[in-house]
Design a protein around this ligand. Structure first.
Ligand code: ADP
Length: 234
């Protein structure tokens, strides 16, 4: 089944209406990438994934790529200054005019402060969607994860296997294991999340931002997506 077919089509297709940032928040393996791709298809707004942007620089082998390669390989966060700049530049592009998804950003208190100032200045509203996932579920998900290096589609050995083992359903490319999905690196990423990123939830709440909690452990991806849409279109 292709991605479009997998996306629940209930409800009227609606745009977000106002320029709004949907901030997908959650630990590595919580499904931010999968939900972002559903939202892109359904709402026609772009996904801004700092992880994807950084991986593109690594593939290009440019100066930014060389600077972040080792940090990412080790599962550590890259500098706030760099990701803040990438996001600010990205928001200058017109395709963000009707709203956009932030996937994997902000990840530190400093990033959150810079982001809020930027969004306030640009008069962009914020909706934080927290995908809540159990630690054991995360480990199981990440260890079975495979990705298409061409279109970015994610597969999972148990929950979302490709039709033909090791091959992307959409474009036939050979699937790969992301370098930072190896077990020791996953631990490092989860540590970074616990120490630097999770505290943002309290920070958002204290700043009066709306934080929507969605159970992303037991619900299937399509169920999680429906809950997100309910909130976005409310
Ligand atoms: P995941 O959410 O599964 O960890 P991502 O693709 O979002 O995967 O991120 C992969 C890596 O990219 C991170 O481990 C980190 O090194 C880097 N990265 C991505 N976004 C940020 C960010 N906002 N701040 C710092 N580092 C980031």
């Amino acid at each position: 089944m292709g991605l479009a077919a997998a996306i629940p089509q209930s409800g009227t297709p609606e745009f977000i209406g106002v320029r709004r940032a949907l901030i997908l928040f959650g630990s590595p393996g919580s499904g931010k990438g999968t939900q972002s791709k559903f939202l892109v298809e359904r709402l026609g707004i772009p996904q801004i994934s700092t992880g994807d942007m950084l991986r593109e620089h690594i593939q290009l082998g440019d100066e930014i790529g060389l600077r972040v390669r080792e940090l990412m390989r080790a599962g550590s966060l890259v500098s706030d200054e760099l990701v803040n700049k990438l996001v600010e530049e990205r928001l200058k592009q017109q395709d963000t005019d009707r709203g956009f998804i932030l996937d994997g950003y902000p990840r530190t208190l400093h990033q959150a402060d810079v982001m809020s100032a930027l969004l306030d200045r640009l008069k962009i509203g914020q909706l934080v969607i927290h995908l809540v996932v159990d630690y054991n579920v995360i480990i199981a998900r990440i260890s079975g994860r495979r990705q298409c290096p061409v279109c970015g589609t994610l597969y999972n050995a148990t929950s979302k296997p490709p039709k033909v083992a090791g091959v992307c359903d959409l474009d036939g490319s050979a699937l790969v294991i992301r370098e930072d999905d190896r077990e020791s690196v996953v631990r490092e990423r989860l540590d970074a999340y616990e120490q630097k990123t999770r505290p943002l939830l309290d920070h958002f709440r204290q700043a009066g931002r709306k934080v929507i909690e969605i159970d992303a452990s037991t619900l299937k991806p399509e169920g999680v997506f429906e809950r997100i849409l309910e909130q976005v279109q409310a």
